[in-house]
Write a new protein. Structure first.
Length: 380
């Protein structure tokens, strides 16, 4: 496996920023003038674009036992590298069953056979963390609602209740999971399904409010037979077709830790990207488990880079880091992707690292705030 150290990646970015500085400065001046004159949210964006190296479309402030990094600490970890972050906890709580594990308290879903359960308080916790920030600091976060059970027809009521209780906070829903290796089968209650009307209700409501949807769904089952059709690809496409007005980000391009990219993974993604029916569908390349496949061989990196260069507006960088304690740990995946960044055009690199995040989440912020103003009773 070929990897590039964070330091090498940083050096590379510094070299690039030197070369492109003047051109970029001019370009951003023009963009800034245009944006300031029309939209204050976007004015913030141009500032972010200019100042920072990347935005993170996929970040968990807390872990599977709802512990994590204090948000003020995390701001320091973001430092002057990361401009904006889509912020969420984890909707699932790992139970500590004394009968099963005794004194060995599990902190991760792979540590035990005890089940996971939906932990709705995560949303209140994330909202309160966000509300503890200054106005300026808040502009760097896009909190997401995750604490709902996607098999429950009442899930939408939870999402609405969170918006009602914490108006002015959330921009999207997710990351939530439907089919996820090791996890789905461990969740107490019914197994989630892409064909569940409860999920349709959630995606309809997201479209109505303008919430960005970040969904984790493995494209295939673990250890799938070589050459077989990916188990969940067609169901996923059908879901996209049923929700043309919902902005959907497919986390990890459908890959998992052991749900490896099938031979035609890039071709399957390309088919979605090339189909106007799926113009509302985006992909994130988060998770070091995904990066490991993409940088595993020069050929895998090249195939991915070609795809991103062809459709730069449809991919977002994210870390999928969980409760990091320092910047090196937080940005490990950014360094891992060194070989990929090198093969992207300058425009594709900028867009994947920053531009797409800003476009999607700025739109969501504006729409969700407008929906809140006209649909919710007076905020407390
Ligand atoms: Zn994640």
């Amino acid at each position: 496996m070929k990897t590039v150290s964070a330091a090498a990646a940083k050096r590379r970015w510094r070299r690039c920023s030197g070369r492109c500085h003047v051109a970029r400065q001019f370009a951003w001046c023009v963009v800034a003038v245009l944006l300031v004159s029309c939209n204050p949210v976007s004015a913030q964006s141009s500032k972010t674009q200019y100042q920072f190296e990347l935005n993170d479309s996929h970040f968990h402030l807390t872990n599977y036992i709802q512990q994590g990094t204090a948000i003020h600490e995390f701001l320091k970890i973001m430092g002057n590298k990361v401009g904006r972050v889509a912020l969420f906890g984890i909707p699932l709580q790992q139970q500590w069953s004394y009968r099963v594990d005794g004194d060995r308290a599990p902190t991760y879903y792979l540590n035990t056979d005890a089940p996971l359960y939906y932990y709705s308080f995560t949303d209140a916790s994330i909202a309160m963390a966000y509300k503890s920030l200054t106005k300026e600091e808040k502009t760097r976060f896009d909190p997401m609602i995750t604490g709902f059970n996607p098999t429950d027809m009442y899930a939408v009521d939870h999402i609405r209740r969170v918006l009602q209780t914490f108006p002015g906070v959330f921009s999207g829903i997710g990351e939530f999971s439907i089919h996820k290796e090791f996890v789905s089968a461990k969740i107490a209650g019914e197994v989630a399904s892409l064909q569940d009307p409860a999920l349709d209700r959630i995606l309809d409501f997201a479209a109505e409010v303008g919430l960005v949807v970040l969904i984790h769904n493995d494209m295939d089952v673990p250890f799938a037979k070589e050459g077989s059709q990916p188990a969940y690809l067609e169901e996923m496409k059908a879901l996209f077709r049923r929700h043309p007005n919902t902005t959907i980000i497919w986390a990890h391009t459908g890959m998992g830790r052991i749900v490896r990219p099938v031979k035609n993974h890039a071709a399957n993604i390309a088919e979605i990207l090339g189909d106007p029916e799926f113009s509302h569908v985006y992909f994130d390349i988060s998770w070091d488990e995904v990066a490991k496949y993409i940088v595993a061989t020069p050929e895998a990196t090249r195939i991915t880079a070609d795809l991103i260069n062809r459709y730069p507006d449809r991919f977002l960088f994210g870390t999928d880091e969980v409760a990091p304690t320092n910047q090196e740990q937080y940005l490990k995946i950014y360094g891992l992707y060194g070989p990929l960044w090198k093969l992207l055009t300058r425009n594709a690199s900028e867009t994947v690292r920053k531009g797409n995040y800003e476009r999607l989440f700025d739109t969501a912020r504006t729409k969700v705030r407008a929906w809140e103003r006209s649909n919710l009773s007076a905020p407390q």
